[in-house]
Design a binder for this molecule. Sequence first.
Ligand code: BMA
Length: 323
Amino acid sequence: MKLLRHKVNPILKPRGVDWESIAVFNPAAVYSEGKIHVLYRAVGEYYPYISRLGYAIFDKNLNLVERFQQPCFVPDFKVWEESIEDPRLIALDGKLYLTYVTTPTPGPPGAVRRRLGIPMPTRSAMPRTALAEVQDFHNYNRMGIITPFGADERDVVLFPEKINGRYAILHRAANWIGADYHTSGPAIWFAWMDSLDGKMQGHKLVMQGETEWEGNKLGAGPPPIKTDAGWLLIYHGVDENTVYRAGAALLDLEQPWKVIARSSEPILEPEEDYEKFGDVPNVVFPEGIVRIDDELIIFYGAADKVCCVAKIGLNEIIDDLLK
Ligand code: BMA
């Protein structure tokens, strides 16, 4: 089971001379009234490597309708944000929300530092994940940091509906490792939230890296999709050579910390030049998913440089996972 790449990848490349001139990657997506709204991580300089979000609209055949000249969401240092990274969009209870990684100490990834000779950062805060309500893609209501204090958190996704009356969320606390946490490596965790401006609680371990291709690290991709067979989760796995691949899993509908099925092989891995060569080589990083009829359109970042798309039939992926 493999995702099929869109014929005109990449769908977005860096452009201009400022905020999105170096890299545009890791796109979130949501479908509404015939249009796919895409928010992507944009970088305009290698140092200090501040990220902002850009906004583009596609039709359902993935033709670009509009790409905005200005960033749509920028860091606010008043709330200790100097970078906004890795967005995920989720429609929930008739509203649209965004989870995003934020840090006061952005820095270029190791591959860029080594290539350009940029020294190691002298100060570095944990990345945390925050939630915002999307008003109209140009205006956002910040709702605050939702990840636990002290946890190194990226890859946080909300479920698209409440489960047993409570908000449900997946997160990946990279430093929750060791006997106390029953995991020897970074794992995907489930948590409840009683209100969206509150904190996560009742953490449960969902999955840790099992096979070689996800042995170093794994994390949720786009928000889960509800199917009759369970919640379909696309996630990324990282191997010991820092190659990022994508996998799929099915989680129990009522108790999503229970894994029903999981792909043993990656469903997408770096093969094309735009996935193998970029600012960080060998990365496919899915963050957006749109379901149109029975097709899943998956938006992913490639090599921390460009935005791409790949597709698969919903029945095909579910049947394959259940085999
Ligand atoms: C993760 C994040 C992503 C990035 C990936 C590969 O830790 O920084 O934004 O795409 O690494 O470099």
